[in-house]
Design a protein. Structure first.
Length: 141
């Protein structure tokens, strides 16, 4: 069921600058040069059959990557498939997490270990409910 919102609670869906800044931090933290980052992205795009650029471009250029990483270049953002490949290549979920959180619905991207912890917590809660139910049934016998 959808939650009702007031006009003051509207999500911020224009997060291009935030995603660009996140991608920029990820590339900087990788220790790769911009040229090496382009090369890795193009290699992965070829391996997985993902088209990174529009128009007639066969591969991602350094100029295009620079525009993607610049928060002030709101006209030049990566496509969803390019963003997905970027996150895969750099093993980073932050840009996708920003996208998910922008909806204001409590959505988050979680890593495998956190997913297992969440499953464990839910299982523990289920066990607690079942034990209480068992005690109630035993008390009625």
């Amino acid at each position: 069921m959808a939650r009702r919102r007031s006009l003051l609670d509207l999500p911020s869906l224009n997060i291009d600058g935030d995603i660009s800044a996140s991608m920029n931090r990820i590339v900087e933290a990788s220790g790769l040069s911009r040229f090496e980052a382009v090369d890795r992205l193009n290699q992965a795009a070829k391996r997985y059959g993902v088209r990174l650029s529009g128009g007639n471009a066969e591969a991602l250029t350094l100029a295009t990557l620079e525009k993607w990483l610049n928060p002030n270049e709101s006209k030049n953002v990566p496509s969803t498939r390019a963003l997905n490949l970027f996150c895969h290549v750099f093993e980073a979920s932050e840009p996708l997490d920003l996208l998910a959180r922008s909806h204001g619905l409590g959505w988050r991207i979680i890593e495998d270990e956190d997913a297992k912890l969440l499953e464990l917590a839910r299982t523990e809660r289920e066990i607690k409910v079942l034990r209480a139910r068992k005690r109630k049934i035993e008390a009625e016998l």
